[in-house]
Structure formats: structure tokens, C-alpha cells
Design a protein around this ligand. Structure first.
Ligand SMILES: Nc1ncnc2c1ncn2[C@@H]1O[C@H](COP(=O)(O)OP(=O)(O)OP(=O)(O)O)[C@@H](O)[C@H]1O
Ligand SMILES: [Mg+2]
Length: 274
């Protein structure tokens, strides 16, 4: 028997995939989303979202992409995920060109840049805001890349910048951006994501359980407090603790997850209270 069946749930509440229906609208996450969208709407050019591991940057980037794409063609938005740090400026420019809808991207950098500029003007004429979201942006580690991004940010129409770039990454992203100080001075908005507080952690756990179909209390409030103390409000750790606790509850035939069970799984995961 799975723990979903045991607890009468439709699906696993704490799976790691960023499924939009599980998105919990905490002050932190909504604060980031609203501010970033405002920066885009007011053509701030460059925005960065900084946050430690597992706080929800990737989930926010997905949510933002869904939101921009659902708004009746007002935005031409794309999400790029940088998977290793050996990518070149030419590779990145080509990706950006393709995402913006350039049909046959050129091989050389300067032709690519003119193709992108032309496309940005076309999009602007059609009343669309061009937005490129880049997750794992700390994998961009050469000066050349940051200079090229700055070049694209300089493309302006009659009254505003034609491209918005949003970079998502851990604090070290800011260190790599120092490779091109003029780019740092062009940051229009920086938002630093913080962990959830105790109240939001309890709300987060309750939300995920409810979305999975829970109709009764499964993790007690005291146990949620304990999850907060071990995870310090980091969503990825909250998920790991709760997922393991539900499985342990099944194995130990407990109807409720109480603090002692959280202590046990936290110790297995090597987590300590602050
Ligand atoms: N607002 C939220 N609502 C529901 N789940 C969330 C939320 N924020 C984060 N999570 C969950 O927490 C986990 C970590 O989130 P995510 O992968 O977005 O973090 P990250 O900041 O991108 O981490 P990394 O630095 O490792 O890339 C995921 O399983 C995600 O589903
Ligand atoms: Mg991530």
C-alpha cells in the first residue's frame, strides 16, 4: 500500500516537480512574482532574483512564464535553463534569437545580434513585450556573455527598452555579474528570496496536503512547527521532511504525523534544529 492510499490522498503532496497547482502563494513568492512582473511591465530591462538553494527560484520562473504566456499575446516570453558553465556567448545569443522567433539564426555573432534587434523592433511594433527568463544564471560565467546581454539591454525604442531579461540564481550570481560592472549598474530590480517564516511553513504544508485531497488533519500543527525548525523554512527541505514522515507514518501504522516522527526523519536526513 502507498502512503497516498493509506492517508486517502489522490497524489503525493510533497513531490519535487514544480506542478503549478501546488504553488503556495506565500508573501515571499508572491512578492517576487508581483515585483518582477511590474519590472517587466515598466521596461526596467534587467531584473535579478537571488535566493539560496531550494527556496523556490525555479518554481517562480515557471509560474512567471505561465503567467506571461497566458496573457493574450501581450508578451513574447521564453525561459532558458543554463545547464553547464561552458556555454559561449554565441550559444546564448542563438538561443535567445530562436526563442524570440528568429527563423534562421545566423552563425556569426554580429549577424545574430542584428537579427535579434530586428526581431525586437518587430515585436515592439506588434505591441508585445519581449521577455527572456534565465534560470541557473550563475552558470553564465564569462565576461563576454555578460557584455552581450548588456548590449541587448541597450536596444531601445522611442520610449523604452525593447528587451527584458530576468536572471534567477543563488547569491554567487552577483559575483559572476561583477565580471561586467556596467551590467551590474543596469540592474533595474533585484529581489532576494528569503525562507518561509513559521506561519507560512504551516500554511505551505497545509496547502500541499489540501491540493492532494486531504480532508482531515494528517500532520499536526506541532509537527509542522518542528518541520519549520529543522528546515528553517526552505521549501525543498520541508518537502523532504514531510514526504519521509508520511512514509514512516504508514510503516509505523500511525494515523497522525506528530513531532516525534519529524525528529526521527530529520535525524535520518541529517538535519538539526537551529
Ligand atoms: N511557493 C511554492 N509553492 C509550492 N512549492 C514550492 C514553492 N516554492 C518552492 N517549492 C518547492 O520547493 C522545492 C524547491 O524549489 P525550486 O526547485 O524552485 O528551488 P530553487 O530555488 O530553484 O533551488 P536551486 O537553488 O537548487 O535551483 C520544489 O520541490 C518546489 O516544488
Ligand atoms: Mg532552481
Amino acid at each position: 500500500m502507498s502512503y497516498e492510499q493509506y492517508f486517502g490522498l489522490r497524489e503525493q503532496p510533497f513531490a519535487i516537480t514544480p506542478d503549478p497547482k501546488f504553488f503556495y502563494e506565500s508573501d515571499q513568492h508572491m512578492g517576487a512574482l508581483i515585483r518582477i512582473q511590474h519590472a517587466i511591465d515598466t521596461a526596467k530591462g534587467l531584473t535579478i532574483l537571488i535566493g539560496d538553494m531550494g527556496l523556490g527560484k525555479t518554481f517562480i520562473s515557471r509560474k512567471l512564464l505561465d503567467k506571461l504566456q497566458s496573457e493574450d499575446g501581450r508578451y513574447e516570453a521564453a525561459l532558458l535553463i543554463v545547464i553547464h558553465h561552458e556555454i559561449t556567448a554565441a550559444w546564448l545569443l542563438k538561443k535567445i534569437a530562436v526563442q524570440l522567433g528568429v527563423d534562421t539564426p545566423a552563425e556569426d555573432k554580429s549577424s545574430l545580434i542584428s537579427q535579434i534587434c530586428k526581431k525586437l523592433i518587430e515585436l515592439d511594433d506588434a505591441g508585445k513585450r519581449a521577455v527572456i527568463l534565465i534560470d541557473e544564471a550563475h552558470m553564465l560565467q564569462t565576461q563576454e556573455i555578460y557584455e552581450e546581454l548588456r548590449g541587448l539591454l541597450n536596444v531601445e525604442g522611442a520610449s523604452h527598452k525593447l528587451l527584458n531579461i530576468v536572471l534567477f540564481g543563488p547569491p554567487e550570481l552577483e559575483r559572476f555579474m561583477q565580471l561586467d560592472p556596467p551590467l551590474v549598474s543596469r540592474i533595474g530590480l533585484k529581489f532576494t528570496l528569503r525562507p518561509l517564516d513559521e506561519k507560512s511553513t504551516i500554511g505551505y504544508i497545509g496547502h500541499r496536503l489540501a491540493v492532494s485531497g486531504a480532508t482531515r488533519e494528517i500532520i499536526t500543527r506541532e509537527a509542522c512547527r518542528s518541520v519549520f525548525q529543522y528546515s528553517r523554512g526552505t521549501p525543498r527541505l520541508i518537502n523532504a521532511l514531510c514526504d519521509n514522515a508520511l512514509l514512516e507514518a504508514l510503516l509505523q501504522k500511525k494515523v497522525l504525523v506528530e513531532p516525534a516522527l519529524i525528529d526521527q526523519v530529520a535525524s535520518d536526513l541529517g538535519l538539526k534544529k537551529e
